[in-house]
Design a protein around this ligand. Structure first.
Ligand code: G1P
Length: 314
């Protein structure tokens, strides 16, 4: 399949179990954002006016996914509250006839979206977090979204062969054709490879390769390429057995990357260079970049904020 097929609606040729569930590992401590994250989850930090986790949920929803599975931990209650009804607030907005705001609040969780929560009792790593969702996922392909990685796909007018689809929607479409696990990847400077899972593979098509190696946070001298896994995955359910089989890896954690490396021994896995922009909101710099760029695009504050920046004396 050519990736341009995204834009002309080619139907998949094989019937596959659809991707209906997404897993959101949100149990992390958020130490990089202390003190802001002392008493609130990092996933609830807002970029302009929306918490990070809501961007990720909206991306999954736009990909046709309706069952959201949160792998949570202590201090994460506000995430559950955010995707629940807020009776007092809604009643108040209704009484005061603030109907646009009421709609905004109610749209956070559309009626056809289900949310489930499972606790990760200890911070044992991303692989372990995904394993915690096994019973809820069952024997189906599923998506994993790391809310730290904020993905925006707004193709510019001059972009060739682009798509309006969100990053996860692109991957779901691709899954319908390939039927394999798919990892979103992007090129990073060689000196940054030690922050990521790094893949190497054989190029299958423009933007698509078949992975033959994956390694978590390698030193630049050991990295097989500079293609880094961004926080979006579609995984076949066989990943659970592979994660269970592995021992602790880098940083003493059970790494999802090591589970994928095991999976490679029995199944094909693809790496996909998505259309879109990733903001690393797990870092202060990335969070600030996202805030500025999204504020500039914001319908309510964009124009005044642009003027503020232009007038600013550095
Ligand atoms: C995790 C994964 C890593 C991936 C990264 C993307 O790392 O372990 O493979 O490249 O997310 O953001 P973390 O950022 O949690 O250290």
């Amino acid at each position: 399949m050519a990736l341009s097929d995204f834009t002309n609606n080619v139907k998949p040729n094989i019937a596959r179990a659809p991707v209906t569930k997404a897993v959101f590992p949100v149990a992390g401590l958020g130490t990089r954002f202390l003190p802001a994250t002392k008493a609130q989850p990092k996933e609830m930090l807002p970029v302009v006016d929306k918490p990070l986790i809501q961007y990720a949920i909206e991306e999954a929803y736009s990909a046709g996914i309706r069952h959201m599975i949160f792998v949570t931990g202590r201090n994460k209650r506000s995430i559950e509250d955010h995707f629940d009804t807020a009776y007092e607030l809604e009643a108040e907005l209704e009484t005061n006839n603030k109907l646009a705001l009421l709609r905004l609040v109610q749209d956070i969780k559309p009626d056809d979206m289900d949310c489930s929560y499972v606790r990760q009792p200890r911070s044992l790593g991303l692989g372990h977090a995904v394993l915690c969702a096994e019973r809820m996922v069952g024997n189906e392909p599923f998506a994993v979204l790391l809310a730290d990685d904020l993905m925006i796909n707004k193709p510019s007018a001059d972009q060739v062969g682009g798509t309006q689809l969100s990053v996860l929607a692109q991957m779901v479409k691709l899954y319908e054709h390939l039927g394999t696990s798919i990892l979103a990847v992007q090129e990073v400077p060689m000196e940054m490879v030690s922050r990521y899972g790094i893949v190497a593979g054989e190029v299958a098509e423009d933007r698509l390769s078949r992975v033959n190696k994956i390694i978590e946070k390698p030193k630049p001298e050991n990295a097989p390429s500079n293609l880094a896994v961004a926080g979006r995955y579609i995984l076949t359910p066989e990943i659970f057995n592979q994660i269970r089989r592995q021992t602790t890896g880098v940083q003493g954690e059970i790494q999802l990357t090591d589970g994928i490396a095991n999976l490679l021994k029995t199944q094909h896995v693809h790496a996909y260079q998505y259309y879109g922009k990733r903001y690393d909101c797990g870092s202060k710099e990335g969070f600030l970049e996202a805030t500025v760029e999204l504020a500039l695009q914001h319908p309510e504050v964009g124009a005044t904020f642009r003027k503020f920046l232009q007038d600013m004396k550095f």
